[in-house]
Design a binder for this molecule. Structure first.
Ligand SMILES: Cc1cc2nc3c(=O)[nH]c(=O)nc-3n(C[C@H](O)[C@H](O)[C@H](O)COP(=O)(O)O)c2cc1C
Length: 457
């Protein structure tokens, strides 16, 4: 018998500050005004998506004392946006990235429990450890927590938050809640946590929320990050959306679950994916190329190169050849607040490789950056894109995708109108929401069901 088709999970990443956003396009709107968030969320909900996703950027990134052109759109606060969106949507899950390095468990648990109440069980928390010391200067004396302590803190942070979410557990408390007499019950919300990272006790002041706990996401790629996800997350936000890399990541992470007593379907893998649609595949390819040129201006191309060369290249012409000087290698890095610092471990070798590539193809600096940068994940007619997404999910590249359009707020509209109906026709994507909570949409058990399953077995 052939395997039943997997159902696809789809989500929408509000672009904000990232390398995908084309804010200079005439079709691009505000990244701050609430009408943009509403438009985006309503499109995602109309298309029956599982959830809307917000990444977290805590400081505008810089290079050579200048803010990146991609960062000028700004990034408002996650909880404020998601709470407002809860009021204008009915079914859509609301996922916020909140780091465990610069925050405190009590505060974060309280915010997510509140969001889960306000939204009727649609909250999710993407637990990240966050970037570098530059980012941390906004929050911490000394800016940062050493790399090897960040996951210790993350693990204890999540465990502590879970204790708080569960602190209102108990039938008596829930029954009393209806009459308002629970305030006399001294056990409601009481907690004690003693650990190396947090030594706190008191009374949690938000009653148990509809989902029991928000859905937990994780986004971090190291071995420790993957173990953290395998031990306690419900989903991973990754960047492996191509066939080979996606399958390798999927197999690796899913194989880590058994040692935590978990089944492979208890952790969903949801990579970020960009897309470009056209009436035909050829037209989509053409548009995709233009979009990449919009994403990589001459100034962006030079900044990208400086990132590897680790030196000021502002005197170079982005439409001219690559620099013949070698990158500077050392601890100090020209870029501040960027994720990829550790991606280029051998900049001198990369520079050599890029010079050879550029010479062979007669590429300028900008051509090189455009051609070696990430191509959009799905490019084609709606039929091609729908088929590829389904093929990828059935081939265990992922359990679905978190789509990142390049235009805000209308970049999802065409996908909703043309690709989603095709996936629905193929029977691999819902035509109506079947449940009310995000756990329902994602096919994840409520923590209380998990608890009783464990007790029964
Ligand atoms: C796909 C992906 C998305 C991430 N998104 C964010 C984010 O929105 N905000 C943030 O502060 N950190 C984000 N991170 C950073 C992680 O929290 C983490 O600090 C970083 O990846 C280093 O951990 P690692 O070595 O386990 O990957 C992201 C990481 C990955 C891989």
């Amino acid at each position: 018998m052939s395997k039943p088709l997997k159902q696809i999970h789809l989500a929408a990443h509000f672009p904000g500050v990232n390398n995908t956003t084309v804010w200079s396009d005439p079709a691009a709107g505000s990244h701050i005004e609430f009408s943009s968030f509403t438009h985006f969320a309503k499109t995602a909900e109309r298309a029956r998506f599982d959830f809307l996703f917000l990444a977290e950027g805590l400081r505008l990134r810089e290079q050579g004392g200048k803010i990146y052109d991609l960062d000028v759109v700004g990034r408002p606060d996650t909880f404020t946006i998601l709470a407002a969106l809860a009021a204008v949507t009915e079914h859509l899950g609301l996922t916020g990235t909140i780091n465990s390095t610069f925050n405190e468990p009590y505060e974060v648990a309280r915010q997510f429990a509140s969001l889960d109440h306000l939204s009727g069980g649609r909250a999710a928390w993407n637990v990240v450890t966050s970037w570098d010391a530059f980012t941390g200067e906004n929050f911490r004396r000394g800016g940062f927590l050493p790399q090897d302590e960040r996951y210790s803190r993350a693990k204890e942070f999540l465990a502590t938050a879970n204790e708080l979410f569960d602190s209102w557990h108990g039938d008596e408390i829930l029954a009393d809640q209806a009459t308002g007499s629970f305030l006399s019950d001294a056990r409601a919300g009481s907690f004690v946590h003693k650990g190396p990272q947090f030594d706190i006790h008191g009374q949690f002041n938000v009653p148990r929320s509809p989902q029991g706990r928000p859905v937990i996401f994780q986004a971090g790629e190291s071995d420790e990050g993957r173990e953290f996800a395998a031990s306690g997350a419900d989903a991973i936000f990754s960047r492996y959306a191509t066939l080979d890399a996606g399958q390798a990541f999927y197999t690796d992470v899913k194989s880590r679950l058994a040692k935590y007593g978990r089944r492979p379907d208890e952790l969903l893998i949801l990579p970020a994916a960009s897309f470009v649609l056209g009436d035909t595949d050829a037209e989509a390819e053409e548009i995709a190329h233009q979009v990449r040129r919009q994403q990589v201006s001459g100034a962006t191309a030079l900044k990208h190169l400086e990132f590897v060369w680790n030196r000021d290249l502002s005197s170079y012409d982005p439409e001219g050849p690559l620099p013949d000087v070698d990158p500077l290698v050392g601890e100090e890095h020209i870029s501040r607040g960027r994720a990829q610092v550790r991606m280029y471990r051998d900049p001198v070798a990369i520079a050599r490789e890029w010079r050879e590539l550029a010479e062979a193809n007669k590429w300028s600096i900008r051509d090189l950056v455009i051609n070696t940068g990430n191509r959009q994940t799905f490019v084609g007619s709606p039929a091609t894109v729908a088929r590829t997404i389904n093929d990828f999910v059935q081939a265990d590249v992922s359990d679905g995708f978190i789509l990142v359009p390049h235009i805000t707020p209308g970049g999802l509209d065409a996908f909703a109108d043309t690709v989603v109906p095709l996936l629905q026709e193929q029977g691999v994507f819902r035509t109506e929401y079947e449940g009310t909570t995000l756990r329902d949409h994602l096919g994840l058990a409520h923590p209380d069901e998990k608890r009783s399953e464990r007790v029964a077995s």
